[in-house]
Design a protein around this ligand. Structure first.
Ligand code: ADP
Ligand code: MG
Length: 305
């Protein structure tokens, strides 16, 4: 049985259809990446799952229970962190963590201390004095200290610095190792790539791709800029190379993430003097998705030049 499941989930706001038949499924011990651009419907789906919003049609279930009817029961076993955390201004960070833990019946003092330390928090400060990033950290520390069975995280790392992003990733890996489940919504593909077993891509209220990262690997490409001492020969014949362009001494190309190692090895044979790489952007992925489904002739082999 899935820990979390939506079936044909549909939500309209007046005439506007925010969700149109969304199916997602998170199994036990799985980190599920729920990705899509702003306005795609991630938070709406999550609010329905939290029982904060009623679906127009379709079903949302957590632990096999209806998300709307059994919200109270469900909330005892889940932790939720939104992207813009609001905390009680007059409580300290530590008090907020205690409160969240108590709400979930968690009493693990060690876990509490561990999280405060890992997220580098001063628990004695009043919440009104926390920056946005620090409010996120308090909420994440509270969530990961709570020992929930399911973590519902809605763009939880907005405002975190790279160091804390790393702490967050370790925490997700930690709960996964304990067999817990995570629904992680994000518009940052690289974050999702690091953490998730499976992903669902939502756009304009519809799931347009779903599967394991391996299955979606063909969708992710890394952007490279290369300069070499010798001219690179036959690069466009290499598998996984796309959009190869030459601007003077500079080569720019996109490489299927799964072929990156081979391509770099090949290029290095020509004496690399400059190498820049940029991770695949979610936007690129979407653009290409529509491109390829329109043409349906992209075989994934080299192109350009
Ligand atoms: P995401 O979280 O993926 O950025 P949302 O789920 O917040 O997207 O929003 C999906 C769409 O639904 C957006 O176009 C948003 O404007 C719309 N929407 C969300 N909540 C409401 C609401 N209460 N009333 C009207 N439209 C809404
Ligand atoms: Mg959102």
């Amino acid at each position: 049985m899935a820990v979390l499941e939506t079936t044909n989930l549909t939500k309209t706001f007046g005439k506007f259809t925010a969700l149109n038949g969304v199916n997602i499924e998170v199994n036990q011990g799985e980190v599920y990446g729920f990705i899509g651009p702003n306005g795609a419907g991630k938070s709406t789906t999550i609010r329905i799952l939290l029982g904060a919003l009623k679906a127009t049609k379709g079903e949302a279930a957590i632990f096999g229970l209806d998300a709307w009817k059994n919200a109270v029961e469900i909330h005892k076993r889940i932790a939720y962190v939104p992207g813009d955390v609001n905390l009680w201004p007059n409580l300290t960070g530590g008090e907020v963590i205690d409160l969240f833990m108590k709400l979930r019946g968690a009493a693990n003092k060690n876990k509490r201390e561990e999280m405060i330390e890992r997220f580098n928090l001063d628990p004695t400060k009043k919440c009104r004095t926390y920056s946005k990033g620090n409010r996120q950290k308090v909420a994440l520390a509270a969530a990961f200290a709570s020992g929930a069975d399911l973590y519902i995280l809605d763009e939880p790392t907005s405002g975190l610095d790279p160091l804390m992003e790393r702490v967050f990733q370790d925490c997700v890996a930690g709960v996964k190792a304990e067999g817990k489940s995570v629904l992680l919504s994000s518009h940052i593909l690289s974050e999702v790539e690091k953490l998730c077993d499976r992903v669902g891509i939502i756009r304009q209220g519809e799931i347009i791709e779903t599967g394991s990262l391996k299955e979606l690997r063909h969708l992710t490409r890394t952007n490279l800029i290369v300069e070499t001492r010798e001219p690179v020969i036959s690069l466009n014949e290499l598998k996984g190379v796309h959009n190869l362009k030459q601007n003077g001494a500079e080569l720019s190309l996109q490489v299927d993430s799964e072929r990156l190692s081979e391509v770099i090895q090949y290029v290095s044979g020509f004496g690399v003097t400059r190498l820049e790489s940029a991770p695949p952007a979610l936007e690129d992925l979407f653009m290409r998705h529509y491109d390829t489904s329109a043409k349906s002739s992209d075989t994934g082999d080299g192109g350009g030049m």
